[in-house]
Design a protein. Structure first.
Length: 401
């Protein structure tokens, strides 16, 4: 008898545990946090969810804002926020580890992490994911061990020797910064170069991608117009697709009425219903694609021309660190040989550089009547004379003068 009683108790406990786990999983799928609210939130017993704490939520948000700047360590953030009156549960003073736990908690930007699984929360987030990611970057950078005595060379690890391919190292001599080949692989004949000379060469090089502000303004204005027209056209298409769904819904209702009244057989109803549902699904998929379509594809191009229009100012007044960051972003394969730098621009910057730095007065081959068929086609079509009638006229970029 005792073993039977124990068996029933074990069955009751296991069943209760499984029901509780099932309820927790369902809550998580619904986007509801199943436990005690974290610091900055309160448990709402009526709505069965968590809501921002009016007193503590602004302070928790300030924790992320301060730390995301990268100017304050966690200990300093703790002293500042504790001084503003933020307290933990049971009015306990928050420690540095408590703040580290807050900064790593995904729940503050709307994501629930529970036992290794990720769920999308329905509670109001206190911060954006961008702020959270920035805090993680700052935390990771501060956790890296810093090499003591590392001197602040601007172009450290940026160049390679153009003769032997070894890294270019830097050192101080007589109060100046010099760059030279490390000569670790083979003997090299390259001599020292001053860092200031390299900086002047970089300033001169980036002028080759400095776009005239007049050109940039005209191009950006044209792209903004195209962007507006594209967005307007997309909204019109989406509205037309949405309007075409309403007649289908009416047809399905009418079809059901005919079937209920006995005017259609079951086979006829099933066949026609499948046809209408297939048509409705096709329209819904087109509508979804239309809504997801990126009509803001002009933004990267606009940003490129806006940045190119400020390169001239950067070359004249920019700090060495700003010029280094710009060149590393737009170029690659940096080499130093005979005290002269060399590198290649990437992607659209290379196209802009080739366009702006082409020799003045040099006429490109076939500039007026470009030959779009430079090679013999595998399946030649009409004759050359006939194709010339449909040849595109060249596009001439004007500065507006």
């Amino acid at each position: 008898m005792l073993s039977i009683a124990f068996g029933q108790s074990k069955y009751y406990v296991d069943n209760l545990s499984e029901n509780i786990k099932r309820g927790i999983r369902q809550k998580l799928r619904n986007g509801v946090w199943p436990g005690w609210a974290p610091l900055g939130y309160l448990n709402d017993k009526n709505l069965r969810t968590i809501l921002p704490d009016p007193a503590k939520a602004p302070l928790v948000k300030k924790v992320f804002d301060l730390y995301a700047t990268g100017n304050y360590p966690i200990a300093q953030v703790r002293n500042m926020i504790n001084g503003l009156g933020l307290m933990g549960k049971k009015n306990k003073t928050l420690t540095t580890s408590n703040y580290q736990h807050i900064l790593k908690n995904h729940i503050y930007y709307g994501i629930l992490k529970y036992k290794g699984d990720t769920y999308e929360g329905t509670h109001p987030p206190l911060i954006s994911k961008k702020t959270y990611d920035r805090c993680q970057e700052v935390m990771l950078s501060k956790s890296k061990s810093q090499t003591p005595g590392l001197k602040p060379f601007v172009y450290r690890g940026m160049f390679r020797c153009g003769e032997c391919g070894c890294c270019i190292t830097m050192e101080f001599k007589k109060g100046r910064s010099y760059m030279h080949c490390s000569k670790r692989k083979v003997p090299c004949s390259q001599r020292f170069s001053r860092e200031t000379d390299i900086e002047l060469q970089l300033r001169e090089e980036i002028k080759g991608v400095a776009l005239c502000s007049t050109w940039a303004s005209e191009i950006i204005a044209y792209l903004e117009k195209e962007k507006s027209e594209s967005a307007q056209a997309g909204s019109i298409v989406a509205k037309e697709l949405q309007d075409s769904l309403e007649p289908l819904a009416s047809k399905l209702d009418a079809l059901l009425d005919l079937a209920l009244n006995g005017r259609l057989t079951q086979d006829e109803y099933t066949l026609k219903k499948a046809e209408l549902i297939g048509e409705k699904k096709a329209i819904q998929e087109k509508l979804e694609v239309c809504r997801k379509k990126d009509y803001d594809r002009f933004t990267p191009v606009i940003d490129f021309f806006a940045e190119a229009s400020h390169v001239g100012e950067l070359a004249e007044k920019g700090k060495p660190e700003e010029i280094r960051d710009f060149v590393k972003k737009t170029g690659s394969n940096f080499r130093l040989r005979d005290k002269k730098i060399a590198f290649e621009y990437k992607n659209h910057w290379r196209i802009l550089h080739n366009f702006l730095c082409r020799p003045a007065g040099k006429k490109e081959k076939n500039a007026e009547t470009p030959n779009w068929w430079r090679r013999r086609e595998s399946h030649p079509g009409p004759s050359t004379a006939r194709r010339n009638r449909y040849r595109l006229s060249p596009v001439i970029v004007s500065s507006g003068t």
